[in-house]
Design a protein around this ligand. Sequence first.
Ligand code: SF4
Length: 394
Amino acid sequence: MATYSHSRVSTYENCPYKYKLQYIDRKKPEIPTTIEAFMGDMVHQTLEFLYKNKKFKKRVAKNILIKFYRDSWAKNYSDDILIVKAEKENVGADNYRKMGEKFISDYYDRMKPFEQMTILGLETQDRMTLPDGNQWHIRIDKLGCDNKGNYYVCDYKTNARMKDQEEADSDRQLALYSVWVKDKFKDAKSVKLIWHMLAFNKDAISERTDEQLKKLQQEIIDRIKEIENAKEFPTNVTNLCDYCGFKSECPSFKHQAELEKIEDVKKFKEDEGVKLVDEFSEVKTKLSELKKAEEEFKVNLIQYAKQFDIDVVYGSNKKCSVKEFDKIVMPEDREKFIELIKKKGLWDDLSMVCYPRLNSKVIKGDIDKEISKMLDIVKDFRLSLSKRKGEGEE
Ligand code: SF4
């Protein structure tokens, strides 16, 4: 049985290929961390320092706390930390450092004298056994309780987006931690999940019923089963790729990473892949221009034929027949139309096999076995051209 965590399962959900590299092949990312993650880490360490001192009844003044943060930053910062927004938005490490400082300062002012709860644990780590026998990794930033049997699972968030109530109520990470709390602390009357949204100096709070937690555990078990049965791990290109440390090993970015190493423009243009895509793109542009020209010729030929009341126009070597015919236009309400066809008993006679739906059902194994046995699955390629990132879509 393996150990899973919220971050492991989320990695699979966001990009199965990254999951394979990180958790199956156990590769190390070429980029150690991003500036967002680094700043989050420094803020976490600083707030841990604050509450650790509080545990020993030592009050930390705000200026001392900020100094701790600045010193930790200086000690741990390295130049290989990725700053995605550096070029695009001219944002540097110092801006992130100042942001973190503001988060800590605001949090300090809002929460002092830090008596909201009795602290039970900071950066608490443990494992809990899921009903399927797999282990789930627990890591709670701040765990606390009060004398009324309320427990608090708190998470510091440094994201630039506020978590709304719907998101808080559907968050998986803290909800699963509340299963662990209920199991560990039998006197727990309630477990409140609190996200300290530091960029907004606000909290998002949620609580789950036992029934919701049972359902959530089943969803996690199903997802783990899906991960363990996965045979293919496709890439999933999204905005998150900008923050991925495996870009140079990823099939969707490997060629780009190779090209970035070439400084000479001439050599860049000589790259076999660059040449193929440039020429393919040229051919596609010509084809679309030709398609447009074909439509214009059609219109002109129809006009010409109508003008001289003829239905064949003669050229030097070829002739073009221009025949008028009747065709139907499907009604806007297709469903109603299909219903009517079925009602009139004409469906079998008029319907066709819907290839995309059949394809998807067969690939997913979501169709009668007798039908799928009659079909072969072969590999094919779909090629699509688009502008490279930052140059707009084509
Ligand atoms: S760069 Fe994007 S697609 Fe490639 S592995 Fe990373 S997340 Fe997946």
